[in-house]
Design a binder for this molecule. Structure first.
Ligand code: SER
Length: 327
């Protein structure tokens, strides 16, 4: 039986991953950890937790006999640029704390399997942009991307040197409706739905032709769970796997939303006003080659643009607040 800790449980991925893990392993076997005072979603027992507090983290993992950690706490690309040193410290020291604890646990005969997310942000302007290979040039320019590339190498290091069972995917931009976006460059593709469902025009901070790799949350969660459930021998890559979902640009997304939107909301439209996030997006791939993940652990995306737009329009809850990330 697994005992699971999710760090960053109040975030975009955590909020949905905790629920999926609770359904799979029983809510009593999942601990939802986050820095906030309270749980925002409540699908499992909540523990207030700072990933930079290694002592408390070690104690929790030992006393609860945790067997799997999903470490999701991070500052994303856009917010990271506002506070680069904070992003570096949180993203790197947090990961190092988990890897060190996993190493120590393993040496004490108690295996701890670790999931840590990398990102398309680990690539850079000299990376081939279309169907980006698993192994290629990586020269990230954002502090977030630099932390992800360094994190990938650390994961590989802790596996090669100490045998830590750490697994990772390079998430594309994740589209979801449960929690508000958290400071990413890809978050326009969530905010746009809130404008559409209010029947308002959306001012996009990326240009119309900015194609990026994206993935719908159910596929992202399934990738995470499938990777963590795969036999260790199949996980040949211990840095991070490319996973592809669906690639599109703001113009294509707005067009599909318009096509599916009820006539009563026809005032929706899109205007373009690029800001500093454009340069970040321009340094990232447009699509990913995920054939290595398919070969090693059977990954295959299921949700395309049409289905994703339909599901988002059916499920996004519109309130009076702007849901665009604050940078
Ligand atoms: N969605 C993330 C971001 O835009 C990429 O990992 O920062």
């Amino acid at each position: 039986m697994e005992k699971i800790l999710v760090i960053g449980a109040n975030g975009q991925i955590g909020s949905e991953l905790v629920e999926a893990l609770a359904a799979q392993h029983g809510a009593q076997n999942v601990i939802a950890g986050d820095i906030g005072a309270v749980s925002l979603y409540g699908a499992a027992r909540y523990q207030r937790l700072d990933v930079l507090d290694k002592k408390t983290l070690t104690h929790l993992i030992e006393s609860e006999a945790v067997t799997q950690v999903y470490h999701l706490a991070a500052l994303l690309s856009a917010t990271g640029e506002q506070a680069p040193l904070k992003a570096w410290t949180l993203n790197m020291d947090g990961l190092l704390n988990i890897l060190e604890i996993a190493k120590d646990r393993l040496q004490a005969g108690k295996a701890l399997r670790v999931f840590w997310p990398s990102s398309i942000a680990a690539f850079g302007p000299n990376t081939p942009r279309v169907s980006t290979p698993q192994t290629t040039v990586m020269d990230p320019t954002s502090i977030y991307g630099i932390s992800k590339l360094a994190g990938e190498r650390l994961c590989n290091y802790y596996f090669s040197k100490y045998g830590v069972d750490v697994r990772s995917v390079r998430y594309p931009g994740i589209i979801s409706f449960k929690s508000p976006p958290g400071g990413g460059t890809t978050d326009y593709a969530i905010a746009i739905f809130h404008s559409a469902l209010r029947g308002e025009r959306y001012e996009c901070f990326l240009g119309p032709e900015t194609t990026l790799p994206m993935i719908y949350m159910p596929d992202a969660i399934r990738a995470t769970l499938e990777l963590m459930a795969a036999p260790a021998a199949k996980i040949v890559n211990r840095s991070s796997y490319n996973i592809a979902g669906v690639s599109f640009n703001p113009r294509e997304l707005a067009k599909e939303i318009t096509r599916q939107l009820p006539a009563s909301l026809a005032a929706f439209g899109i205007d373009y006003n690029s800001d500093s996030r454009q340069a970040i997006a321009d340094s990232w791939p447009q699509s990913l080659d995920d054939s290595v993940a398919s070969r090693d652990w059977g990954w295959k995306a299921r949700v395309g643009l049409v289905e994703m737009v339909g599901d988002m329009l059916a499920n996004v809850t519109v309130d009076s607040e702007q849901h665009e990330c604050v940078v």
